[in-house]
Design a protein around this ligand. Structure first.
Ligand code: NAD
Ligand code: MG
Length: 396
């Protein structure tokens, strides 16, 4: 059966969502936009509706959806506005849809991403948290639905491009090497880390991203989540996924083969490139990203990742090794801790303390169902909040 052409962007108003619309605009007529979705930002979603005229727009927040519906009607746009989280799944399941950009941040992306997989769509996966929480269930849904996953995360998109046939048929592969910029605190004196502010943590040296993933990049939990993401996407054990610091973010990741060859994908640090690769795949399309000037970017540096400076990297490896529900625990604890840090309730170095405490309290279980994952996610958040409250008590 031919796959329908229509595109849904889950998380359209975010950094990945906006970059996706920029690539769509570079290729007029090629990617018909069926639906755009967001959490609360009716202003930005309205602007996107004016430019892209989707058949549907979804806002999870009811009041924001009511405001958007009024403006859409006043502007005479052809867009139907839907409200609530269930509408995310509804638009994914429309018959004219064949492709879904999964770019909601965090665990909120899991259910609509699973729905896209079950529907047999091509799922362009930016929402790494859904794979970390429920990799087993998501891959099963892709298999049963008859669709495919194409990675958007720049490292995984790079590896996808460097594997034979681009499909994870990993014959002769010795290991995967994820590159990491090291974030804004790569060389910050360790004793200063406890006092860095949310704005400092969000000021990434190479990439402009949403605040949650920016903090994850500063703690390097992002790279930890990416190890787990790589294990699922490319069917690799965690011991064969290494991390290397590369502050310039020009080499987006590498595949090392048994014969000594190392394949890498290079480019300017611009998410429009992996997004265009995935949207066009197996063809190549324009992205609007700048061309790489290697002479201007040189020299390129590579260093070992330091797990003392970045304890979240060690915690993620630990969760990857214990497996089962532990990656879901790790993810939920991290989301709660990052939210508390962004609200100035805890310090930067407390993020790892919260995650370590939750991983110690909740033992890993074998994954049996989505309901179990949802329950584990809730339990880990509750435990994280208890630890956060204790830390606030100590700090007061
Ligand atoms: P962002 O914060 O800029 O945008 C998040 C989007 O998700 C927004 O459109 C928001 O409305 C929506 N959203 C948030 N909470 C929601 C909820 N509860 N229900 C429904 N929608 C909700 O985030 P981002 O930087 O675009 O990242 C999105 C995802 O892509 C994350 O999983 C991130 O790890 C991944 N990713 C991002 C980048 C990047 O360069 N930004 C790179 C690689 C991977
Ligand atoms: Mg990445």
């Amino acid at each position: 059966m031919m796959r329908a052409e229509g595109l849904v962007i889950l998380g359209a108003t975010g950094s990945i969502g906006e970059n996706t619309l920029a690539v769509v605009a570079q290729n007029p007529g090629r990617f018909p936009v069926v639906a755009l979705t967001a959490h609360t930002d009716d202003e930005r979603l309205f602007t996107q509706c004016v430019e892209h005229r989707p058949a549907y727009a979804v806002l999870v927040d009811e009041a924001a959806a009511a405001r958007l519906a009024e403006r859409v009607a006043a502007a005479g746009l052809p867009t139907r506005v839907l409200a609530g989280a269930a509408a995310l799944t509804e638009v994914v399941e429309l018959p004219e849809v064949g492709r879904v950009m999964a770019a909601i941040v965090g665990a909120a992306g899991l259910l609509p991403t699973l729905a896209a997989a079950r529907a047999g769509h091509q799922v362009l996966l930016a929402n790494k948290e859904s794979l970390v929480m429920a990799g087993h269930l998501l891959l099963e849904a892709v298999r049963e639905g008859g669709g495919e996953l194409v990675p958007i995360d720049s490292e995984h998109n790079a590896i996808f491009q460097c594997l034979p046939n681009g499909d994870g048929g990993a014959q002769g592969v010795r290991r995967l090497i994820l590159t990491a910029s090291g974030g804004p605190f790569l060389d910050t004196p360790l004793e200063r880390l406890a006092r860095v502010t949310p704005d400092e943590a969000c000021a990434h040296p190479n990439w402009v991203m949403g605040r949650k993933i920016s903090v994850d990049s500063a703690t390097m939990m992002n790279k930890g989540l990416e190890i787990i993401e790589a294990c699922w996407l490319f069917d690799m054990p965690p011991e064969r996924v290494d991390v290397m610091i590369h502050p310039q973010s020009i080499v987006h990741s590498m595949v090392e083969y048994d014969d000594g060859s190392v394949l890498a994908e290079l480019g300017a640090p611009d998410m429009r490139t992996p997004i265009a690769h995935a949207l066009g795949w197996p063809q190549r399309i324009r992205s609007g990203a700048p061309w790489l000037d290697l002479v201007a970017a040189a020299p390129l540096d590579f260093r070992v990742a330091d797990e003392t400076r970045f304890p979240c990297l060690r915690l993620a490896r630990q969760a990857a090794r214990s497996g089962g529900t532990h990656p879901a625990v790790l993810n939920a604890a991290n989301e709660a801790a990052v939210a508390a840090f962004l609200d100035s309730e805890i310090g930067f170095t407390d993020i790892a303390r919260v995650v370590a405490g939750v991983l110690e309290t909740l033992s890993p279980e074998t994954v049996t169902s989505l309901e179990q994952i949802v329950a584990v996610d809730a339990a880990a958040r509750a435990e994280a909040r208890a630890i956060i409250a204790r830390l606030q008590g100590e700090g007061a």
